[in-house]
Design a protein around this ligand. Structure first.
Ligand code: PGA
Length: 253
């Protein structure tokens, strides 16, 4: 891709670009670079709005090339109570937005599977996903919530948590209502990789765009290293890239 992936320094590397489209180019380049170097890599994917420009670029540039055919993809989280075929489930969403388009076989797209079959026992769903993630993915793409959440790890989540069930906060349900027919249809619970799980990834790539994320980004990068901002846990990781547009970087000192 025309935009090279940023070099890795060992400190959280913060890249600020003009707008969401430019952030998408860097995220797409980092993902495609990882896959080019290791075509059988384990890729941690995020859903939500922030990754969409990057996903669209990857699809536009790499569809039909087979570049992603041997990738294993892992989602950060999934709602409790939605079938994998429900269009609002994260499994359906990532297939529609990225992995089907890039030719990743459905069997290579992994996610927590809470609520069905053996996984009617949610603890079993969590334990199985944690086991599947093993020693972690090669690259984990992350968004950040307005309250500093990573995945569905809301404020107060200990930094060493493994995959677990969460009760979604009112803010998070309201933020996600746009993907559902009615606000009441947003599930009340989800299963998420824990902050300890996320930190096992070899490389963390956080993307944030828009002024609504500015305070959360500042708290994550410059506030106390504290569970009140789950994303501050990023600073415990040796290899983190943070890609921001100017608006999301607006509260950094
Ligand atoms: P967004 O979600 O990309 O849709 O803003 C990010 C998040 O809440 O983690």
């Amino acid at each position: 891709m025309e935009h090279p992936a940023p070099a890795v320094t060992g400190e959280p590397q913060v890249v600020v670009v003009d707008d969401a489209a430019a952030a998408g180019r860097i995220v797409a380049a980092t993902i495609s670079d990882t896959v080019r170097r290791a075509p059988t890599c384990r890729l941690g994917l995020a859903t939500g709005s922030t990754p969409l420009p990057a996903y669209r670029l990857l699809v536009a540039e790499l569809r039909g090339t087979g570049a992603f055919a041997r990738v294993q993809a892992f989602l950060l989280d999934e709602y409790v109570g939605l079938a994998a075929t429900d269009p609002a489930s994260y499994r359906a969403t990532i297939r529609r937005e990225l992995t089907d388009e890039l030719g990743v076989p459905p069997a290579s797209v992994h996610a927590p599977d809470p609520g069905s079959g053996r996984h009617a026992d949610l603890d079993a769903a969590c334990a199985d996903y944690e086991r599947l993630l093993g020693d972690g993915v090669d690259l984990q793409l992350l968004g950040i919530g307005r309250n500093g959440h990573l995945g569905f790890n809301e404020p107060g989540t200990p930094f060493d948590t493994t995959t677990h069930v969460v009760t979604l906060s009112d803010t998070t349900r309201a933020d996600n209502a746009r993907f559902f027919p009615t606000p009441e249809a947003v599930p009340t619970h989800a299963v998420t990789q824990g902050l300890g799980t996320i930190r096992r990834a070899r490389h963390l790539l956080l993307a944030a765009t828009g002024a609504a994320k500015a305070d959360a980004v500042a708290a994550a990068l410059e506030g106390p290293l504290d569970v009140s901002c789950p994303a501050s846990a990023l600073r415990l990781h040796p290899r983190v890239t943070v890609v921001l547009d100017r608006a999301a970087a607006g509260a950094l000192s």
